[in-house]
Design a protein around this ligand. Structure first.
Ligand code: NAD
Length: 366
């Protein structure tokens, strides 16, 4: 993910000016082959093997941190203690206790901008949904379905990595790793569940390590959550599917909202297609299909007729972070990056989901 950001920063010229631009002055990774990649940048950054050396670099103003989950707490705390703004990766701590420690440190530094990386809401279709939600075009929400789906772990021959081990990824497994993508927009809409019934599955419990030896793959591969959401004096169901093993799905993000006055659906599987229905009592029920182009939160050189993709979403998310950092409350965009409060809410939901799985019952989100 560090290379994704470096690539986005390298084509900042793609965006209309927002009053600031990132310059990658320093990079830290203990792996020399990873560090070597950054030497390809037009202005090669200073390279460090230890994050404390990077934080001692006086030119560093803000840090993007994308490291395995068991390292989030220690490194994020060091970043904040050094007085640097932070765009951290989800899940902001391997578990709720680590997340609480990070949240406490954030509270001690109100002068720092801290946001959580989550780029899928920056797809044009998702941005259209965000505006539609803001305008409350749903009437009364009937039901919401949200999903984030991967498939590469269907291959039992895929070697284990840190994301498949509870020790380095966290006990909530796929929820820790992919869940923020599915919950970012529902939480931004104010749709915080008060209870959860979860079914978690470990589909491939053993994988080979790099030496070919079979080792335990002790994380949940797939999670299906049925959440009760209290909203506006009523309740509605929120279905959340987060899966590593969803055959045929490569980074599929999906959000569907059904309402009494309006329904809307977008998935990155069909990234140009937005489905909307406006409904008046007794009228015909008919979804309209809109072909979306490159109409982004931050205007870019790409014409509106052309296609938008993952690396564009990463660039747009980065624009939102830099915009907020440079312009504060006067930021040009309308959709700030995910907040520490939003990512903290996911930990509360994952804890309830794990309890629900263990007790085989619905569990309150505490
Ligand atoms: N926003 C997204 O779409 C997205 C996608 C993938 C991963 N992520 C998140 O990004 C983070 C990293 O995931 P990844 O897929 O990039 O993992 P990765 O394994 O590909 O990369 C992690 C990097 O961290 C380095 N590292 C290990 N220890 C370090 C240390 N002490 N200091 C500095 N660097 C260290 C590793 O050498 C490696 O290069 C996770 O939090 C993950 O959830 C986000």
């Amino acid at each position: 993910m560090g290379r994704e950001f470096a690539s986005a920063a390298a084509r900042w010229v793609h965006l209309a000016p927002i009053g600031a631009r990132p310059e990658i002055v320093a990079v830290c990774d203990p792996d020399p082959t990873v560090r070597a990649w950054y030497e390809r940048l037009p202005s090669p950054p200073r390279l460090y093997a230890d994050h404390r050396d990077l934080l001692a670099d006086p030119q560093v103003e803000a840090v993007y941190c994308a490291v395995p989950h068991h390292l989030h707490e220690a490194i994020y705390l060091d970043v904040l203690a050094s007085g640097r703004h932070l765009l951290g990766e989800k899940p902001f701590g391997i578990d709720r206790s680590a997340n609480r420690a990070i949240s406490a440190a954030i509270d001690e530094h109100p002068e720092l901008l801290v946001r959580c990386s989550s780029e899928m809401p920056f797809f044009p279709g998702a941005q259209r949904m965000a505006a539609w939600i803001e305008q409350r075009r749903f009437g009364r929400v009937i039901e919401v379905r949200s999903a984030f789906l991967h498939s590469s772990d269907l291959d039992p021959g895929k070697a284990i990595n840190w994301k498949r081990r509870a020790e380095t990824n966290g006990a909530s497994g796929v929820l820790n790793d992919l869940g923020m993508h599915a919950l970012h927009m529902p939480l931004r809409a104010g749709w915080m569940p008060d209870s959860v019934t979860a079914v978690l599955s470990n589909v491939v419990p053993t994988r080979n390590d790099a030496s070919g030896a079979a080792v335990a793959c002790d994380t949940w591969d797939n999670a299906s959550l049925l959440c009760r959401v209290p909203y506006d004096g009523y309740e509605f169901p929120l279905h959340v599917d987060v899966k590593r093993i969803a055959p045929g799905q490569t980074n599929t993000w999906l959000l569907e909202i059904d309402g009494t006055e309006g329904s809307i659906a977008f998935t990155t599987k069909e990234p140009k297609t937005l489905r909307t229905m406006a409904y008046a009592p007794g009228s015909e029920q008919s979804f309209a299909v809109t072909d979306l182009g490159y109409v982004s939160a931050y205007p870019a050189v790409t014409g509106a007729i052309f296609e938008f993709g993952f690396s564009d979403a990463v660039l747009q998310m980065w624009a939102a972070f830099v915009d907020e950092l440079a312009n504060g409350d006067d930021m040009k965009g309308k959709y700030p990056c995910a907040s520490p409060q939003e990512v903290a809410a996911t930990h509360a939901i994952w804890d309830a989901a794990m309890t629900s799985q263990a007790e085989r019952s619905g569990v309150s989100v505490g």
